[in-house]
Design a protein around this ligand. Structure first.
Ligand code: PEP
Ligand code: MG
Length: 367
């Protein structure tokens, strides 16, 4: 056993020496971040902040969505700020000296609102019984107004960030204040702010302006200069096609191959088992699901467009991938070939990604 461990260590060391791709981890909690470091991650490539708003905090986000006026909205934001900041302080501490890409919130809105059907039934029954609470009726109106037939194609990511006053400011302030806390403690925090579901340069420009003004505010308040990189996900075909423009406003790109696969193929990523993607696999039309292993010609073509477009505007622009494909061996070889700087995957896949990145460097020339 000892011999085996020694040879595995030797192989890992060799892979780390030769690989060009950096390997980061997708981590949403301080625990994830610790596991990631333990397995040799070189930073966090994706912190999905919507995962920090689950459980008891869901109610706080709902209060924000349902706020009837500015005062209620500000109270809801004020309640969220210390919680969000505390998360970031811990994660930045674990990732000290390493990049930590914090993606601003990207939930389909319905995940934070009560279910429309259940609430409709409750209101109808209570009305019949004469026990209807007017607050429930009001809530039903809000849920109806926000209802979407295709939430994954709806008010998510940057669309929510740009249309919900105060949300960008809350999250960027939490990141900036957490960084200041770490700096005061002598740390080396390296957060990167990432905007999800960008489809046009205008969206990124607007989000960026708001993020930058918060960074400037917290810089003035704290005396520390906080000019963290601000970049975006490339996870829509339109973003890949217009990457040269988007790069004007982005310090980095991260390819979200989960959504990019969904939107390039027009397959629902939430129905892989039950939908015809599963039947295609059964019928042998697909060897593997394109959600598992990158479809080099199609989705991979989008990634190439994004890389080439972005770097035609900013040569040497930093680019990575943070979809599930970031931990898949065949996909890693492809990401090496197209010249990405890093892959980001679940912490438990980090060792495999390091190994595959090493193998890719030896076997496959960069395009
Ligand atoms: C993606 O779409 O590939 C991605 C990383 O974002 P999410 O899975 O959170 O939509
Ligand atoms: Mg996505």
């Amino acid at each position: 056993t000892r011999e085996l461990i020694t040879s595995v260590d030797r192989i890992m060391r060799r892979a780390d020496q030769v690989r060009r791709l950096q390997v980061r981890a997708n981590a949403d909690t301080p625990d994830d971040a610790r596991h990631a470091i333990h397995r040799g991650a070189q930073g966090v490539g994706l912190c999905r902040t919507e995962h920090m708003f689950l459980g008891e905090r869901k109610q706080l986000v709902q209060n924000l969505i349902l706020a009837a006026d500015d005062a209620e909205r500000e109270a809801a934001l004020a309640a969220l700020l210390p919680l969000q900041k505390a998360d970031f302080v811990q994660m930045l501490e674990t990732m000290d000296g390493k990049p930590m890409t914090v993606r601003l919130i990207d939930p389909p809105l319905h995940e934070f609102l009560p279910d429309l059907t259940q609430l409709s039934v409750k209101v109808a029954v209570d009305r019949e019984r004469g026990t209807l609470d007017p607050a429930d009726e009001e809530l039903l109106n809000v849920v109806r107004r926000n209802h979407e037939a295709n939430p994954m194609l709806g008010l998510r990511g940057v669309r929510l960030l740009l249309t919900m006053p105060g949300l960008i400011e809350l999250q960027v302030r939490a990141i900036a204040e957490a960084a200041v806390e770490r700096l005061r403690a002598g740390g080396d925090p390296r957060p990167e702010v990432m905007i999800p579901l960008i489809g046009s340069v205008r969206e990124l420009q607007l989000a960026r302006e708001r993020a930058e003004s918060v960074l400037a505010e917290v810089s003035a308040e704290s005396g520390y200069e906080l000019n963290f990189p601000i970049g975006c996900m490339i996870e829509l075909p339109r973003a890949a096609v217009t990457a040269a423009h988007i790069a004007e406003e982005a310090d980095f790109f991260s390819f979200g191959t989960n959504d990019l696969t969904q939107t390039t193929w027009g397959f629902s990523r939430d129905d892989v088992e039950s939908s015809f993607v599963g039947r295609y696999i059964e019928a042998g039309i697909f060897g593997t699901s394109p959600f598992e292993s990158i479809d080099v010609d199609g989705v991979g073509g989008m990634v190439r467009l994004g890389v080439d477009g972005g770097r035609s505007t900013k040569s040497g622009m930093k680019m990575g991938v943070c979809g599930e494909h970031g931990g898949d061996p065949d996909s890693i070889a492809f990401f090496h070939r197209v010249g990405l700087d890093y892959v980001s995957c679940s912490p438990f896949r980090v060792p495999v990604a390091r190994l595959e990145a090493g193998r890719a460097a030896v076997l496959a020339p960069t395009e």
